[in-house]
Write a protein that binds this ligand. Structure first.
Ligand code: IMP
Length: 429
């Protein structure tokens, strides 16, 4: 099956947008399978920059975009994003965007609870995007969600809102936050129905028909393996499974349909929000990476924490995420550094390990073990072949391949979608 899944191999913001855009040109369908408008994918096409949060990146390439049931969908965010990209000249409507009818909705009470909880955590806050992602997923597994298909059933909506409000208002009251009334929410949902329902369908059937017709599907992951709710640096994670395995459940296809899995990793490391980051830098090099790499969150605008490439962590993400090949981005940000470090493992309680431990305290205490490499003086910016790279840069890439135990299948050398060294077409399997 010539399908491809793209996932982040660090803590998000690895430059997935550009890679997905590049791959979308070779795909027929692009599917989002988890997350919501907490994601931020930046695509640079000529002079135009598209900042997508919820829309599958394929819309920029005129491909069919699918929002799978594994996503949590904020309808206000969806329609404002559609308006924004339409104003930039893109054609988006029910003819090229389909939404799984069983997708849970994010309602205004979800971000309210998200923010109230974060405020109550104080110093220990997760650093969420405040978009209601966690509470919306809680309602899904709590069997309380209002889903897209419910918009077609006004009686169901009314009964579900009663249940939802009983739960949420109790929590909001406990947290000292304003409660929600039923009628405005019901009115909002009833008004939403004729706008959203034309996009809704059983996307599992669309994807099955695509499989039968031999179409190429690209599964577009959001966030990253180290933010996975099971495998990441819990509790400093997002609330969905970000690994490629979830592309199947989150889209409604069998596991064999996922195909080649690409893990995207920056040539260094960044993280937004709280949580452990063993290779984090607090010096001038860290500040340089942040400035040169323009490390500010697409969604929140928050500055990202920066550090050295953590090969032990990416190796872990490769194994857990089922990654067949890496895409390394932003190598050019390291241009000019005399010396580079790669984290190859950790010292935890005096014991050396290649594995990031699972416990919160152990993770916080993990001290990085670094390997030092020589930097390069030439430029890698905009390179389109290995031959254009300085020898030391090639050595750095090769060492990463060894340490993470996966081949580098693509190198991205600038935000421009054509500045890509593709060593293998992932759709070729
Ligand atoms: P939430 O997904 O809003 O609940 O946030 C949980 C954690 O995931 C926080 O540390 C966020 O900063 C992080 N996060 C969520 N989405 C992204 C993303 O697209 N890129 C990077 N970090 C993210």
């Amino acid at each position: 099956m010539a399908n491809v899944a793209v996932i982040g191999a660090q803590w998000g913001d690895e430059g997935k947008g550009k890679v997905v855009d590049w791959l979308a040109s070779r795909a027929d369908i692009v599917v989002r399978f988890q997350g919501g408008h907490n994601a931020g994918h930046t695509l640079v096409v000529g002079d135009t920059t598209y900042k997508l949060s919820l829309l599958p990146s394929g819309v920029v390439r005129g491909k069919l975009g699918i929002i799978g049931n594994g996503v949590v969908l904020d309808p206000d965010a969806l329609f404002s994003e559609i308006e924004k990209v339409r104003a930039q000249g893109l054609d988006v409507g029910p003819h090229n965007l389909r939404i799984a009818e069983n997708t849970p909705l994010i309602l205004p009470l979800h971000p309210a609870l998200d923010r109230a909880r974060e405020a109550a955590r104080g110093e220990d806050k997760i650093g969420t995007t405040g978009r209601g992602i966690g509470p919306a997923y809680e309602d899904k597994v709590g069997r309380r969600s209002i889903r897209v298909c419910d918009l077609a059933e006004p009686e169901t909506l009314s009964a579900k809102l009663d249940e939802l409000l009983l739960h949420h208002n109790s929590l909001l009251r406990g947290l000292g936050s304003p409660e929600f009334e039923k009628q405005p929410l019901l009115d909002k949902l009833l008004a939403l129905a004729p706008r959203l329902l034309p996009y809704a369908e059983a996307v599992w059937e669309t994807l099955d028909a695509a499989r039968v017709a031999g179409k190429r599907v690209l599964f577009e992951g959001a966030q990253a393996v180290m933010l996975d709710v099971d495998h990441g640096t819990y509790p400093y994670v997002t609330s969905s499974n970000t690994v490629a395995g979830n592309a199947a459940a989150g889209a409604g296809v069998g596991p064999g349909a996922i195909g080649t899995v690409l893990g995207i990793a920056k040539a260094y490391a960044t993280r937004v929000g709280s949580g452990p980051f063993p290779s984090e830098l607090f010096d001038d090099v860290g500040r340089m990476l942040g400035e040169k790499g323009r490390e500010f969150g697409t969604v929140t605008g928050r500055p990202r924490r920066c550090g050295w490439f953590d090969a032990a962590m990416v190796r872990q993400a490769v194994k857990i995420g089922g990654v067949n090949g890496l895409v390394l981005t932003k190598l050019d940000v390291l241009d000019g550094l005399k010396e580079l470090k790669i984290c190859v493992g950790y010292k935890v309680g005096g014991v050396e390990t290649r594995r990031l431990p699972a416990g919160m305290r152990a993770q916080a205490a993990a001290e990085p073990i670094f390997e030092v490499m020589q930097g390069w003086s030439g430029s890698t910016f905009g390179a389109r072949s290995y031959a254009e790279l300085p020898a030391e840069a090639v050595k750095y890439v090769r060492r990463i391949e060894e340490l993470v135990e996966a081949p580098v299948m693509m190198l991205s050398t600038s935000p421009d979608r054509d500045d890509t060294i593709a060593l293998r077409d992932p759709f070729a399997g």
